[in-house]
Design a protein around this ligand. Structure first.
Ligand code: IPE
Ligand code: MG
Length: 242
């Protein structure tokens, strides 16, 4: 969700106005995704690196987040939306953590859609934390190094609990991943739009999904039409000298 600051500056407003407008876009996109039947929506609300922004901006973002968690509670519950957070939550101010965790508990059983908020999140940090946990299991004698494979590492990465990323949308014109879902986005289809986040509407989500539907996902394999593993009319094998 990028472009809140630019949305505000271009109107001569303070950045926090952009974030406020951005939170309205969050509501719109959550609603639109739920209506489309999206199973899992993950939103990059606050990165580990965002802590380095001016204190006033960080405070404004934390306030907006708390407000969102309070005002959206009913709509999330009425629509069967489970809310959860990924990221280093211990770094969040305790009042934020308090409302967040209450909502996580109260929506735990809901399964129409999972809305994941990435808060104090970084993809590299998430993989690092997973590795530390695995190292501790090895040190405790519960795990052999030889048992560490991609599946074991993946199981320790919370952002992939909802599955690998199918479609990753970045707004605001930049074409980079900025430490988002690094593990889960290995085969994600990327869609970049110049639209600033506060200007995002349901139609823009529909458009991104339409673009996604034109993509051919191969996961490193060849297109199905070229798959010769079961040829219908095989060429005879020629041996040397024949
Ligand atoms: C929103 O956009 C990102 C959040 C931290 C919520 P920005 O605040 O990065 O907006 P720009 O890039 O300055 O326009
Ligand atoms: Mg930005």
């Amino acid at each position: 969700m990028d472009g809140n600051g630019r949305w505000a500056s271009s109107r001569g407003l303070e950045r926090s106005h952009g974030h406020r407008e951005g939170s309205k876009a969050v509501r719109r996109i959550v609603r639109a995704a739920r209506r489309m039947g999206v199973d899992a929506l993950t939103m990059y609300a606050f990165s580990e690196q965002n802590w380095q922004r001016p204190l006033a901006e960080v405070s404004a973002l934390m306030e907006l987040l708390t407000e969102f968690l309070v005002t959206e509670r009913e709509e999330l519950m009425d629509n069967g939306i489970r809310l959860r957070a990924i990221g280093r939550r211990q770094e969040l101010p305790s009042p934020v953590r308090h409302v967040l965790e209450a909502l996580e508990t109260d929506t735990e059983q809901l399964d129409e859609m999972t809305l994941t908020l990435a808060l104090s999140y970084g993809g590299q940090e998430e993989i690092t934390d997973a590795c530390r946990g695995i190292a501790e299991r090895v040190r405790a004698g519960d795990l052999e190094c030889s048992a560490i494979d991609e599946a074991l590492l993946e199981a320790a990465i919370p952002s992939v609990d909802v599955g690998a990323v199918d479609l990753l949308i970045r707004t605001g014109g930049e074409q980079r991943i900025s430490n988002f879902l690094l593990w889960g986005a290995a085969y994600a289809e990327l869609v970049f739009t110049d639209r600033l986040w506060p200007d995002m509407h349901a139609e823009d989500l529909h458009e991104a999904v339409a673009v996604y539907q034109t993509r051919e996902r191969r996961f490193g394999r060849v297109p199905e039409a070229d798959d010769a593993s079961e040829p219908t009319d095989p060429e005879p094998v020629r041996r040397a000298g024949e």
